[in-house]
Design a protein around this ligand. Structure first.
Ligand code: C2E
Ligand code: MG
Ligand code: MG
Length: 737
């Protein structure tokens, strides 16, 4: 009995093993006779339809259900991913025998009617929103769906006609629309949601099971006799699917871990950590780079130091000197500079007799003493051996005297003071910089000139100074004397305001005066404004001088007003004043207000050349001055290169004819013709005219005859101190003066 039982168990076991094989044979046999059909499916809705990454086949709940139904109906089925954007469009493609999934029959893109199979399964559809608010009434919602679900959207629309459905290209677009508030909810298959919502970036989205409704899941094709036959037999196959089979398939796919984490998912989860790590790396990298740069810079500056400085004396090297000279000349184009090149005459003998150390010590002493004497705007370099170059300011003392020079005298007695019978003689060549040296800086050339002077001296076998360009030296010294002494001159009252009367020759009266400054230099004696005004302009000091002059003139006008003598005076305005103070009109206005003057009393002269060089801003300034009530005159008209056309543009009240027109005996007749026509033209243009530089009666009578009655010149009066000016009888110029 037991043996029989054992045998029957073995037979049953074999039967169990063999049965599936037999079934396989039968199945294979039946397969070989099956008809093949192609079913078009989407692949963007895991777990219903999606691509198996291991073999790139399309799998999913929909695939398995369809395969079973088709095989039940005796078909071999191949699945193809539809390329068309919608199922409707795919219906028109005859590559597919069937398309799925459909909720109900819809017309194809071309408007052909379609038919659908029996329902393969009930698919739940659910809404997803941004937050947990209850969705009470879904029938009026604004809802977003995938474009590939257009068929389902139509079905939803038949269920909820008031629902506003917008279709989007892909899930990302759907999510964006929801976040932007374009739609209130997204609608999709719940199985798909259970997959999609596993993405960490969609963690905030909320599924609403309360909004769930089911949709049919059917295959469809065009309504043709063949289509009808295919659908009929497929329906038979669908009818044979058991519910348990269906549920097993759904359970199988919904329990699989189908969601694959993408890079952006990891970014979402670990974003903060990645960000902090990246930040730390960045900070470390920046720190590293800056440190490297600082080290490199330090190295470079050490190398530069080695290149730019002389290690023995601490003076600049030749290379460093070139750089420093360029720097200083650019920074101080107004300083009168010289370059000296000095050499100890018998240096070789010092080295040979007293030793190298003695030679080195005098060089160090030389540089140390020089450091004490030089300012920050000067520089010293050891070019080689005992050759020392200096960029220094031209001294303000009139002469340079070797015997008086503190440095060279201390060098001369350096060794004697140490008990050696050795006098040190220095030859110093000097080159005084020209204006061109400031614009076209060539240190080598300047040093060459200084060296030539030094050579000349040493060839003469004497020590001391030799100047390469003596005229430049004189000019440089003059510049140094003028500009270097200017502030002292103002303080000590060396500069005075003089007045030159201006007359009405017709009425024989003094009508006004021009303020002209005079400088009695403590060392140079009387200086002409023609000399020092351009120097002060170049050095940027003219504004200080002019402010001083204007103030003095206003004081005098105020005093005369109080004495009941209401007068007017012309003052000169340099174009450098206007670039120095861009609101010069305000300055003048405040000045006359301070001294309680009428603006008409302070007439302002601006030279013709200034109008040519700085036209726009000067025109503006002129108009502003006139608005304050000042009278503006163009000075030196005819001395420059202005075009007559300019008279159209320049809004001045009066013109001062330059004395060039009257000067000299040569071509006198032609000069008179020109003056005549100019006067006529200016009268027609309605300008007031005054002629300056009138030196004799002939000129005065001619000018009056041609219509110019106002004049200024030595024929009437020369410029004079204020004390003399105020004593003049303004009503009678015929009295002796
Ligand atoms: P300017 O404004 O054209 O002044 C007239 C110049 O002509 C004065 O020279 C005056 O002395 C001179 N002069 C007057 N009558 C005659 C004459 O009959 N024959 C000759 N040959 N010359 C005569 P000055 O005082 O030497 O001034 C020269 C220039 O220096 C002035 O020309 C003016 O441009 C400028 N200047 C003078 N003082 C000042 C000032 O305080 N500030 C400014 N920015 N410039 C001034
Ligand atoms: Mg003038
Ligand atoms: Mg003038």
């Amino acid at each position: 009995m037991a043996r029989r039982l054992k045998l029957s168990i073995i037979i049953a076991f074999c039967f169990i093993l063999i049965l599936p094989l037999c079934h396989g044979v039968v199945f294979a046999a039946s397969n070989s006779s099956n008809k093949s059909i192609v079913v078009g499916v989407p692949q963007d809705r895991c777990p219903i339809f999606y691509e198996d990454e291991s073999n790139h086949e399309i799998i999913g709940i929909g695939i398995d259900l369809m395969r079973i139904a088709a095989e039940n109906a005796g078909y071999d089925v191949t699945f193809k991913v539809i390329k068309e954007p919608t199922l409707k469009a795919a219906l028109d493609n005859d590559e597919y025998d069937l398309i799925m999934p459909f909720g109900s029959a819809i017309n194809s893109e071309k408007g052909e009617a379609s038919i659908v199979s029996e329902n393969l399964m009930e698919t739940p559809f659910t809404m997803v929103t941004l937050n947990k608010h209850e969705l009470q009434d879904i029938s009026h919602l604004k809802v977003g769906m995938l474009k590939s679900l257009a068929g389902s959207a139509e079905t939803v629309n038949t269920l909820y006609p008031d629902m506003q459905i917008t279709l989007y290209e892909d899930m990302n677009e759907c999510i964006e629309a929801l976040k932007d508030g374009q739609v209130e909810a997204l609608l999709h298959n719940s199985y798909v949601w259970s997959h999609v919502l596993q993405s960490p970036s969609l963690k905030g989205l909320v599924m609403h099971p309360t909004t769930m409704f089911t949709m049919d899941f059917r295959a469809g094709t065009l309504d043709t006799p063949e289509g009808q036959a295919l659908i009929d037999s497929l329906d038979d196959g669908i009818a044979m699917i058991k519910d348990t089979q269906r549920q097993a398939i759904i359970l199988d796919y919904t329990s699989r871990k189908t969601y694959k984490f993408s890079f952006s998912d990891y970014l979402h989860i670990y974003g903060n950590i990645i960000f902090i790590a990246a930040l730390i790396i960045l900070i470390l990298a920046i720190h590293f780079i800056t440190k490297q740069r600082a080290i490199k810079k330090e190295h470079e500056s050490q190398i530069d130091k080695l290149i730019d400085y002389d290690s023995l004396t601490g003076a600049l090297s030749y290379v460093g000197f070139r750089k420093k000279v360029e720097e200083l000349l650019t920074a101080h184009p107004d300083f009168p500079y010289l370059i000296s090149y000095s050499n100890i005459k018998n240096f070789k003998f010092i080295n040979d007799s007293l030793g190298m150390d003695a030679g080195n010590s005098i060089l160090k002493f030389w540089v140390e003493r020089s450091f004490e004497l030089l300012t920050d705007c000067e520089a010293i370099a050891r070019i080689n051996a005992d050759h020392i170059a200096v960029l220094g300011k031209v001294p303000t003392d009139r002469a340079i005297d070797y015997e008086d020079n503190a440095l060279f005298q201390s060098l001369r007695y350096y060794f004697i003071n140490q008990g050696f019978d050795k006098e040190v003689q220095v030859c110093c060549g000097i080159y005084v910089l020209t204006p061109e040296d400031y614009t076209n800086i060539n240190v080598d050339r300047m040093l060459d000139y200084a060296r030539i002077a030094e050579k000349k001296l040493s060839e003469k076998r004497s020590d001391g100074f030799e100047i390469y360009n003596i005229e430049q030296w004189e000019q440089g010294k003059m510049l140094a004397d003028v500009c270097g002494h200017f502030s002292t001159a103002i303080r000590d009252g060396e500069i005075k305001v003089w007045y030159q009367p201006q007359v009405d020759y017709k009425e024989k009266k003094i009508v006004s005066g021009e303020a002209l400054c005079r400088w009695k230099h403590s060392k140079l004696g009387w200086l002409s404004p023609g000399l020092f005004v351009p120097m002060l302009e170049r050095a940027g000091l003219i504004y200080t001088l002019d402010c001083y002059v204007w103030e003095r003139v206003c004081q005098d006008l105020h005093r005369w007003n109080q004495e009941g003598k209401r007068r007017s005076v012309s003052v000169n305005l340099s174009r450098y004043d206007i670039s120095h103070n861009r609101n010069i009109d305000e300055y003048f206005y405040n000045l006359i207000k301070n001294y309680d003057l009428d603006p008409k009393q302070l007439r302002i002269e601006i030279t013709e050349s200034a109008y040519v060089e700085d036209t726009d801003f000067l025109l503006e300034t002129t108009v502003k001055l006139q608005k304050h009530g000042f009278i503006v005159e163009m000075d030196d008209f005819g001395s420059g290169y202005s075009s007559l056309n300019m008279l159209k543009e320049v809004p001045v009240n009066g013109i001062k004819l330059d004395y060039v027109f009257l000067k000299g005996e040569k071509n006198k007749e032609k000069s008179y013709v020109i003056i005549n026509y100019i006067i006529q033209m200016l009268i027609h243009l309605d300008f007031d005219i005054i002629a300056e530089g009138v030196e004799n009666a002939e000129q005065a009578n001619f000018l009056l005859d041609k219509g110019c009655r106002y004049m200024q010149g030595f024929y009437f009066y020369e410029p004079m101190p204020v004390e003399e000016f105020e004593k003049l009888d303004f009503d009678d110029i015929t009295k002796p003066h």
